[in-house]
Design a protein around this ligand. Structure first.
Ligand code: NAD
Ligand code: LMR
Length: 338
């Protein structure tokens, strides 16, 4: 492991090691895919999070440079870098929270499902490492297609006998972040005052904003509802097209991932009333996984809230979402079971 607190010849700065090993408050967090477009700003923002005491940065390339860079920030977390499969186990051992943004992003013209062939294997391998080295960690899956990669991780954990559905969460926070922003634009509000629940999954029509339930309570014309729903569902594609082949959302995703990870850590700490949307094992619909509002606590997902009253437009959206989502979930499950 690249430990920048390690001196040449192997001796170490003992006081710093003591700080990392015990005593200091905070959680141990690993980022898998830390040198990527999301990984780098995510690593930087997690280094700034006061709830983090140890930050492990893992990737198959370039982690030494990213780790060296980030380790110079004068914030509390001790940073260590790990590169390549042989260092995966060291990266994961002892972690409380593992965030996974590893995998290829979309180019214009692709769907998230087009990433399945490459990313499914990556998430499977990383999940096997988690099952072995930190089976009790909370896992935040960012790698697309989230609608399939979360079921893949679940199947790997089941096979290993470590599955705890409360601890596995697909990150759909960017949909909420976008929904808050776009709705605030239409209403002329500060986005920080807006809270839009977004349920279903994380791809196209499976992204279902519940505009009838926004806070502050507000009503929309049919035209506004259609415009906002479509823009929220296509937010990812909007960025993919603007980046024109150079990848997908990275900066807004890193922001959203940190917002979500921070909520998970506050839950782990025992804070009350931590509620966010996430794609989790669920009985809210007949599907085995579904995104909805969940309460986060010491064990991860402590409570899953029902969808609440939907209007006609949302009920139709829900049917379309479930139709596509079911197939994506099955695809992930069979990838591991086959
Ligand atoms: P990127 O290509 O810039 O970075 C991916 C990183 O993953 C690279 O550094 C790469 O070396 C690393 N990687 C590849 N295989 C790995 C392995 N086996 N173990 C560890 N690391 C590995 O891509 P990006 O823009 O950071 O996007 C990453 C993923 O996140 C994509 O699948 C993308 O679609 C997804 N994404 C999800 C959301 C969401 O809302 N959930 C939002 C944006 C992007
Ligand atoms: C997003 O919503 O921005 C991500 O899922 C990346 C993508 O491919 O759109």
């Amino acid at each position: 492991p690249t430990n920048h607190l390690q001196m040449e010849g192997g001796s170490s700065l003992l006081r710093a090691d003591c700080r990392a090993k015990g005593g200091s408050p905070g959680f141990k967090v690993a980022i898998l895919g830390a040198a990527g477009g999301i990984g780098q700003p995510l690593s930087m923002l997690m280094k700034m999070n006061p709830l983090v005491s140890v930050l492990h940065l893992y990737d198959v390339v370039n982690t030494p440079g990213v780790t060296s860079d980030i380790s110079h920030m004068d914030t509390g977390a001790v940073v260590r870098g790990f590169v390549g499969q042989t260092q995966l186990e060291d990266a994961l051992t002892g972690m409380d929270l593992v965030i996974i943004p590893a995998g290829v992003p979309r180019k214009p013209g692709m769907t998230r499902d087009d990433l399945f062939n490459i990313n499914a294997g990556i998430v499977k391998t990383l999940s096997e490492g988690i099952a072995k080295c930190c089976p009790k960690a909370i896992v935040n899956v960012i790698s697309n297609p989230v609608n399939s990669t979360v079921p893949i991780a679940a199947e790997v954990f089941k096979k290993a006998g470590t599955y705890d559905p409360r601890r596995l969460l697909g990150v759909t926070m960017l949909d909420v972040v976008r929904a808050n922003t776009f709705v605030a634009e239409v209403l002329g509000l500060d986005p920080r005052e807006v809270d839009v629940p977004v349920v279903g999954g994380h791809a196209g029509v499976t992204i279902l904003p519940l505009l009838s339930q926004i806070k502050p309570a507000c009503s929309f014309t049919q035209e506004e509802t259609k415009y906002l729903t479509t823009r929220i569902q296509n937010g990812g594609t909007e960025v993919v097209e603007a980046k024109a082949g150079a990848g997908s959302a990275t900066l807004s995703m890193a922001y959203a991932a940190v917002k979500f990870a921070d909520a998970c850590l506050r839950g782990l700490r025992g804070d009350a009333g931590v509620i966010e949307c996430a794609f989790v094992s669920s009985q809210v619909t007949e599907l085995p996984f579904f995104a909805s509002r969940v309460r986060l606590g010491r064990n991860g997902v402590e409570e899953i809230y029902p969808l609440g009253p939907l209007n006609e437009y949302e009920r139709a959206g829900l049917e379309a979402a479930k139709k596509e989502l079911g197939g994506s979930i099955d695809k992930g499950v069979s990838f591991v079971r086959k």
